[in-house]
Design a protein around this ligand. Structure first.
Ligand SMILES: [Zn+2]
Length: 168
């Protein structure tokens, strides 16, 4: 089912991550692919602008889900988020692991607080970037929503946007 929904990201469309050239090369090598329901891919953590990664560090990617395609309730929503994560994982050919998070708007701000890396724009988000998004992960035996008080968009900074759907 995933293959029919998968978009293999052409290497040329990854060029916008010029500020992390080694990671760009890694993402190309890794055959970065996304589910058709993904609007944007964010690169966070040590292999992005934060720096300081070890040779075996994971690549931390947030897959921003198109809300128009996401079911509002479980179990359909969980199923969809798992498919989103599975698509990228199943196509991943990287020399190190991908640490994936499916990220989706939960309060209707449209995740405008994640503006494409230029910086935090609180005026565009009625909630000031706090508790704006839900996170789902399937990783190392964990399979579920990542919960906790005050999930803050600013914790994702600094990030890069290796890929963005043309219409997103
Ligand atoms: Zn927001």
């Amino acid at each position: 089912m995933e293959d029919t929904n998968a978009i293999a990201i052409a290497n040329s469309s990854l060029e916008r991550v010029g500020r992390a050239p080694a990671t760009v090369a890694l993402l190309c090598q890794a055959n970065l692919s996304v589910h058709a329901g993904v609007a944007r891919v964010l690169l966070v953590g040590s292999r992005g602008l934060a720096g300081g990664h070890r040779p075996d560090s994971d690549v931390d990617l947030s897959l921003i889900v198109d809300m128009a395609l996401l079911a509002p309730r479980d179990p359909e929503r969980v199923r969809y988020l798992r498919a989103v994560l599975h698509t990228t994982q199943a196509h991943w050919r990287g020399p190190v692991e991908a640490d994936l998070a499916a990220v989706f708007d939960i309060n209707g701000c449209g995740l405008r607080c994640l503006d494409d890396g230029a910086g935090y724009i609180p005026d565009q988000c009625p909630r000031g970037g706090v508790d704006c998004f839900g996170v789902y992960k399937v990783q190392r035996g964990f399979d579920g929503y990542v919960t906790g008080p005050g999930l803050d968009v600013r914790r994702m900074y600094p990030y890069l946007t290796p890929w963005c759907r043309d219409d997103a």
